[in-house]
Design a protein around this ligand. Structure first.
Ligand SMILES: [Zn+2]
Length: 167
């Protein structure tokens, strides 16, 4: 994988970068992938070569459902990234995937940070973003060959009451 440009950002994903290359290879096939520890079996999204649960260095990429709910979010009003100026205000969401909720301890979860977009891959409107809202992964194919996983509201009923920040 070579170097890609996205909204003025340079994304360099060399072939030997096992930390990230597999993530984007799965994304190109429109699958969300996380790392699975080959010793304790737990999934993780955090970068890094070792398992945060058992310190094993053995892992593999594994596809997940891409379904989950918004665990937390923020709305960006002032971006330091020039390429995102025409996106403000836009949400950044922390999604808790359905896999591995409450594992290995209560309160833990498999969480991933992403943009929340509408059906046109535009930022979702602030008033529609809420903690607890159900989401699913969608895949934005860029003309340069890179595919970026994003999330969108799935419309499924939430498991818990929705919560929004109020001014
Ligand atoms: Zn492990």
């Amino acid at each position: 994988m070579p170097t890609y440009e996205y909204r003025g950002l340079i994304l360099n994903i060399p072939e030997f970068d096992q930390e990230h290359a597999g993530y984007f290879e799965y994304a190109r096939r429109h699958q969300l992938a996380v790392k699975r520890c080959l010793d304790c079996g737990l999934l993780r999204w955090e970068p890094g070569p070792s398992c945060p649960f058992c310190t094993s260095l053995r892992w593999e990429w594994t596809p997940v459902s891409g379904r989950g709910e918004i665990y937390s979010y923020q709305i960006v009003y002032h971006t330091v990234l020039p390429g995102f100026r025409d996106w403000v205000p836009y949400p950044i969401v922390l999604v808790e995937l359905d896999e591995q909720r409450g594992v290995p301890t209560p309160g833990y979860g498999l969480r991933i940070t992403a943009n929340l977009v509408d059906e046109h891959f535009r930022p979702e409107r602030e008033e529609r973003v809420a903690i607890g809202a159900r989401v699913e992964a969608v895949f934005m194919d860029l003309p340069n060959g890179l595919t970026l996983p994003q999330f969108t509201l799935s419309g499924e009923p939430p498991r818990t009451p929705l919560w929004r920040h109020k001014e």
